[in-house]
Write a protein of this length. Structure first.
Length: 356
């Protein structure tokens, strides 16, 4: 039976690696901020003095979901277009990048995937300034960086990435705060470790109960929260054997919404701003059709008004998705074990994916 009680996480033996590592996210973010303060200041000044014409992100898996967050945060706070590089263009097609003054942000836990390294090599040859946000500072990616941002998450042994994903999001927020000289966002980043501790204590049992016997579901976000919807869908596939698909609340109104009917599970991540209003509207529409819609609503700031609502903290809207995914990780760990899976060792997966 599904249970999010912290004592249940230790029964019948020790807590999983996924549980322990996700619980360390607050401390990991503190380490990351302490380790990279001067680097963020230098990089922010560099980007203000010589703005790039475009930002290119390079990542796979959970790190690519962090790149989605970077896209929305940079485009909304800075106004510069952000594009995701397709690693196969460099690694398989061997196509060069066009010369220019791009900023290349490469995000990785291991920094060792060959296609990521090929893409960064091509961007660097084209004149891009390479920012590597990487957990393993001894990796080839770290050695290629013009600016190295050490994620400082510490060793992550569970195949399911948790604290390294959260430190990636926090690093992106810290970079954008410094680049834009946004004091409100900078204050929110400083407060993030304490807020993560609060989010870790939230009870998302209604989500776990809804998904206990599920096979398929949608995970909905929009804007900044789309990044954590993507991450949540991946974790449900990896650790719980669930076919989960992530959609923007705008995109889901097209073809995908046709299959949502009575009993269909939905998880929705709604930030406290106007963008979150659209997520709330879609969740309400689906619930009206009889779908099992679980809503994380930051506007409620930890309160829950309905049986299918789960608590989410209100903060700067840019930070709220980071807090939501922290609460989600605890739920996903418990759900994985309740469904008979080992969240630390998903079938057919390894920690470092060496795609070509």
């Amino acid at each position: 039976m599904y249970d999010t009680n912290p004592d249940a996480a230790t029964a019948p033996g020790a807590p999983t690696l996924m549980f322990r590592e996700a619980a360390e996210a607050s401390a990991a973010v503190e380490r990351m901020l302490a380790a990279n303060g001067p680097a963020f200041v230098r990089l922010g000044k560099l980007l203000r003095d010589a703005p790039p014409s475009v930002v290119v992100t390079c990542a796979r898996g959970s790190s690519d979901h962090a790149a989605t967050y970077a896209k929305y945060l940079i485009e909304t706070r800075i106004g510069i277009l952000v594009a995701s590089a397709a690693p196969s263009v460099a690694s398989v097609y061997a196509a060069p990048a066009a010369p220019g003054n791009a900023l290349c942000i490469a995000i990785s836990q291991s920094g060792r995937s060959p296609d990521l390294l090929a893409t960064v090599t091509a961007q660097k040859a084209a004149g891009a300034h390479v920012v590597a946000m990487v957990n393993d500072t001894t990796s080839p990616l770290a050695g290629m960086a013009d600016t190295l941002i050490a994620l400082s998450a510490g060793t992550e042994r569970s195949v399911a990435a948790t604290k390294s994903y959260i430190t990636s999001l926090a690093a992106i927020a810290a970079l954008v705060a410094e680049w834009s000289l946004d004091e409100s966002l900078a204050d929110a980043v400083i407060a993030l470790p304490k807020l993560l501790d609060r989010a870790w204590g939230f009870d998302w049992q209604p989500v776990g109960g809804t998904l206990q016997d599920a096979t398929n579901l949608f995970v909905i976000g929009r804007g900044l929260s789309l990044a954590v919807a993507q991450e949540a869908a991946l974790k449900l596939k990896e650790t719980c054997g669930l076919h989960a698909e992530a959609f923007s609340s705008a995109e889901v109104r097209h073809g995908p919404m046709a299959i949502v009917g009575p009993g269909f599970p939905i998880i929705a991540f709604a930030t406290s701003d106007a963008v979150g209003d659209d997520v709330r509207a879609v969740a309400a529409e689906f619930a009206g059709r009889g779908a099992k819609a679980c809503l994380a609503d930051a506007r409620a700031d930890g309160a829950t008004q309905t049986p299918t609502a789960v608590p989410a903290a209100k903060a700067d809207p840019a930070i709220e998705p980071i807090l939501m995914i922290q609460s989600f990780y605890r739920m996903a760990d418990a759900l994985s074990r309740a469904r008979g899976y080992d969240p630390d060792a998903p079938s057919h997966l390894s920690k470092v994916t060496r795609t070509l």
